[in-house]
Write a new protein. Structure first.
Length: 113
């Protein structure tokens, strides 16, 4: 009888673990983030650029926007799926990153002259 109880207990544990793991799939319809435009060239005459994040699934708001090199520019504002990048006027290549709350990321490149 002890062996039968242990098997049932182990089986119940496996069922519970499977139920918990499938219940944690909140990102099943998130297919990645894309940023538009994905490639921009900026000169000293255009010092700001708006970017928009999109997803083929659900876009997990809030979004976190960041830059690779703050000496080239910064995200000056963001709301919803939009962000505005402001150049410092320094020449170089900047990478803009957008991450949603599920960890999906998108990237855009800014070429500054």
């Amino acid at each position: 009888m002890k062996k039968h109880g242990m098997i049932l207990s182990g089986l119940a544990g496996l069922i519970l673990a499977g139920w918990l793991l499938t219940g944690c799939e909140q990102t099943s319809d998130v297919n990645g983030v894309t940023i538009s435009p994905s490639d921009v060239t900026m000169t000293s005459s255009n010092s700001v650029q708006q970017f928009t994040a999109n997803s083929s699934g659900s876009l997990g708001l809030p979004l976190v926007w960041s830059v690779q090199d703050p000496s080239l520019g910064v995200i000056v504002s963001s709301a919803g799926s939009n962000a505005v990048y402001g150049s410092t006027g320094v020449a170089g290549n900047q990478v803009i990153t957008c991450e949603d709350q599920y960890g999906a990321e998108g990237f855009a490149t800014v070429h500054q002259f």
